[in-house]
Design a protein around this ligand. Sequence first.
Ligand code: AMP
Ligand code: MG
Length: 419
Amino acid sequence: MAVEKRNPIPVKEAIHRVVQQEIYLNQIEVNLDESLGYILAEDIVATYDIPRFNKSPYDGFAIRSEDSAGAYSENRKQFKVIDHIGAGSVSSKTLGQNEAVRIMTGAQIPEGADAVVMFEQTVEDGDTFTIRKSFEANENVSLKGEETTTGDIVLKKGQVINPGAIAVLATYGYTKVQVTRRPSIAVIATGSELLDVNDDLQPGKIRNSNGPMIKALSEKIGLNVEAYKIQQDDLESSIAVVKDAMSKHDIVITTGGVSVGDFDYLPEIYKAVNAKVLFNKVAMRPGSVTTVAVANGQYLFGLSGNPSACFTGFELFVKPAVQHMMGATAYYPQVVKATLMEDFTKANPFTRFIRATANFSQSGATVVPSGFNKSGAVVAIAHSNAMIMLPGGTRGFKAGHTVNVILTESNVFETEMTL
Ligand code: AMP
Ligand code: MG
């Protein structure tokens, strides 16, 4: 069989082709307390002003600022306390001249008052106190509507519901929220050399690490995953299993069998399910054979069997596709700059992705390859929080060069306190 000629396309173009598909999931309504991580399918508007009333940001006394005019250390002004309210209470009194209401943080400013004196700024004596500085109107007052006014769009359709958004939704009394459903994922590891994690090793065989890794990568972004059993390099049964996966899941991710070897059946499987291949060669290392196809309004990701290529393919193509089909406004990988701390002299015409450890210290961002980094490497993935992205070309890269980095882990902690 003649080896099919494949045209490598730039990584950027490949990602573009993935997110240009008009593949979107339907909207559902979820309860606020299960909405974390979903993408909003509607704008959220402020249903009232925040603050809803002028309120005190401190524990202290509400006064009429005009009564404090001219106060200084040798000319203290005295106030009489006529009421005492905590947060949640409203005073029924209206302040007269030189009167004050003892007020706690969050409580509504009483009628007549327009400033708050903090306890620390007073000398108390029975039901009176004195102050030694004058206050301006609205000093120490959180004004009605200073954060948002009724009708403001406070969260936008397409943004992710993070803990802050949960707080906003709770504030305005949204008990339910319209979001886009999450895709369900089928993971199929293909390769007649593969063993399960609980199988004994045999000559010529290796354990399937990509399947569990893809499942974990998917679960880390909140997706439900069905891990299929290892699929032998056999065309007929491979077609059947991919069809089954397509009938049950939104996305089918396979690893292996995507190359031009004698038993690499993925191209034929895609033909059998009438898939439109978006690309089958990307100008990148590792994972140049990564293939993405679309069939029946579903994404089919053919990731390389090489563990690091498989990981890279998930980060570069699966993640943006998932974000996009969930209606997110932002779906491209975030790229930051960092100083390369080691020479990387191996030149290559293709863009190279290297599993790496990025560090953002006070002195700036640095990045270093995270160990043995051939495309078959597994251990380096575990020690990485980033991928260095070196543009293709004839030159190598030296320590001290500024390079592009894609962060692959959030929630990174330090072994030492750097606060
Ligand atoms: P392939 O993409 O099928 O040509 O496989 C490329 C390389 O990745 C070969 O060395 C395979 O043995 C290895 N490989 C394939 N599938 C997996 C897997 N699920 N876990 C770990 N290594 C794999
Ligand atoms: Mg294979």
